[in-house]
Write a protein that binds this ligand. Structure first.
Ligand code: AMP
Ligand code: DBH
Length: 550
């Protein structure tokens, strides 16, 4: 099938990126068999006691790809992928890349609301989930979501208790099935490989509205992104990268993350949680050289590292990004972990900036770095849309060889998020230093950034508006020392009605909203303040909140 809603780069621009060598016309994972040939026995992936070599990965990915093809999945079909950081995540992802089937990178906390709306939007043909994860029955959820989708979708399950009506992923790639005709299978898959310009995967964006914002990333563009990020972070065959953030997120997946480590001939270690003790233990045992985290997590590690007795001496770099980090806090992270800090400002929509490996402290601590590609274009504009003078604050617009020109299947949203000249409006307020480093100063988009998870205020408002008690609602961010920001819902209630935070939480959970998005503060007002155009005045609400919450 073809993905009709994908917005491509204009032909002349695409040609430029091809000529410049950014786009190579190769499918993601083209390196897999090359590495498997060169270093068949080198360990590529570690998940607890499980160690997969490059050859293991290539054999398993191909086997699964062929099995998926046998179940009717093919080029351009979409699959919702919701797996924790375990080795199967990567095998499924690579199998999809081999086949040209497009995984949609869901996150483990997503529930019916997210899986259902995105699944319908991309017309998912299958869901891949764990059986039970952190006490939650994903298999049951996946069947419920599948039943509600417009087209039939299969449920593929990774785990020990797979229902008869689900497909057992581990069974498909069990060791006994692996023998057989490895070379023949490889040749058959090579013969039907996707094109570089095909969409390789869909990433999710923290949106600002009710519409699902999924970003189609092509084999060409994502491959280039991975290469640039790996170079910016000095990744090579000696790299051991530890992934603790959810692997489906653009940052640990590819910037440079898991795919950057593997592309460089290094090793990726997967851990399903960022808790300090298991993280420190993994760094010690696996001699980890690089790890990435959002600021809240990195700061926790920095606080707890001194108290532990783990040997963290292998660690060279910690990559920190996803939400704001003050220079004062940034300065403490490297010394506490005994390594260098590299700050990163990135987005699933494309553009990624990194502080250079050799950056002096004032740059590494006080800025979010420079674009990873010389072909990235940055424009800082004022409210009138015109460029601001150098060094002044404005909204960042960007274009480039790995920043697509639109979200998938939402033409009206794209008119708002992209300019006619193809610039993506990041919604972030930045300034650019005389040396060319980006400093993130705030944002204009209506998002709440909770420990790097982006939450759309509009999404919360739409769901809360449906509550019978609620006459009017506005969701705003409350600053928080622990997670950066939390969701606060302001409501005006219908006369005589009452609503508690627990009531809101129960109602939104019942609607199938991911737990991290549920408001943690509820404030009632008799009258909403309004802006001149008649929208709830969120600035006034923030000021009001400051007077109520000490
Ligand atoms: P998303 O579009 O959901 O992938 O989220 C990307 C957004 O995360 C960016 O547009 C920023 O708002 C935010 N972000 C990412 N990295 C940083 C950073 N280092 N500092 C501040 N905000 C960041
Ligand atoms: O927040 C992000 O989306 C993000 C942060 C750092 C990202 O996508 C990235 C690096 O690639």
């Amino acid at each position: 099938m073809t993905l009709d809603g994908v917005v491509s780069w204009p032909a002349d621009v695409a040609e430029r990126y091809r000529e410049a060598g950014c786009w190579r016309g190769l499918p993601l994972g083209a390196w897999l068999w090359e590495w498997a040939g060169r270093w068949p026995d080198r360990v590529a992936l570690v998940d607890g006691d499980r160690r997969l070599t490059y050859r293991d990965l290539a054999v398993k990915a191909d086997l699964l790809a062929e099995r998926l093809a046998g179940r009717g999945l093919g080029r351009g079909d979409t699959v919702l992928l919701q797996l924790p950081n375990r080795w199967e995540f990567l095998v499924v992802t690579l199998a999809c890349f081999r086949l040209g089937t497009v995984p949609v990178m869901m996150l483990p906390p997503h529930r019916e609301h997210e899986l259902g709306s995105i699944g319908a939007h991309v017309q998912a043909k299958a869901l891949v989930v764990p059986d039970v994860w952190r006490g939650f029955d994903h298999q049951e959820l996946a069947h419920r979501v599948a039943a509600g989708l417009p087209d039939p979708a299969e449920v593929l399950v990774v785990g020990d208790s797979v229902w008869p009506e689900s497909v057992d992923v581990r069974g498909l790639i069990a060791a006994e099935a692996e023998s057989g005709d490895v070379a023949g299978r490889r040749a058959r898959l090579d013969a039907r490989a996707p094109a570089g310009s095909d969409v390789a995967l869909f990433l999710l964006s923290g949106g600002t509205t009710g519409v699902p914002k999924v970003i189609g990333r092509t084999h060409d563009d994502y491959g280039y992104n991975i290469r640039c990020a790996a170079r910016a972070c000095g990744f090579g065959p000696d790299t051991v990268y530890l992934a603790v953030l959810p692997a489906g997120h653009n940052f640990p997946l590819a910037n440079p993350g898991i795919l950057g480590a593997l592309y460089s001939g290094g090793r990726a270690v997967l851990l399903p949680s960022p808790r300090p003790e298991p993280v420190f233990a993994a760094i010690e045992t696996e001699r980890v050289t690089a790890v990435s985290a959002v600021p809240a997590v990195a700061l926790r590690w920095a606080r707890e590292a001194a108290a532990g007795d783990r040997d963290l001496s292998s660690l060279k770099h910690v990559h920190v990004g996803g939400s704001v980090l003050t220079p004062e806090l940034a300065a403490g992270i490297g010394p506490a972990l005994g390594c260098r800090l590299q700050q990163v400002y990135g987005m699933a929509e494309g553009l990624v900036c990194y502080t250079p490996l050799d950056a002096p402290d004032h740059v590494a601590h006080g800025t979010q770095g420079v674009p990873i590609s010389p072909y990235d274009e940055l424009l800082v504009v004022g409210p009138d849309g015109a460029s601001v003078p150098p060094g002044e604050i404005g909204e960042l617009l960007t274009r480039g060889p790995y920043t697509p020109r639109g979200y998938y299947g939402v033409p009206e949203q794209n008119l708002l998020s992209f300019t006619p000249e193809g610039w993506y409006r990041t919604g972030d307020l930045v300034r650019i230093t005389p040396e060319g480093n980006v400093v993130v100063c705030g944002r204009v988009k209506d998002l709440i950034n909770r420990a790097g998870e982006k939450i759309s205020a509009g999404e919360i408002e739409t769901l809360m508006q449906e509550l019978p008690e609620v006459a009017e609602v506005a969701a705003i961010a409350v600053p928080d020392p622990e997670v950066g920001e939390r969701v606060c819902a302001f409501v005006r209630l219908h006369p005589g009605r009452r609503l508690t935070l627990a009531g809101v939480s129960a109602a939104l959970t019942a609607r199938g909203l991911a737990a991290f998005k549920i408001p943690e503060l509820l404030e009632t007002v008799a009258e909403f303040p309004y802006t001149a155009v008649g929208k709830p005045d969120k600035k006034a609400l923030r000021e009001l909140l400051a007077t109520r919450v000490p």
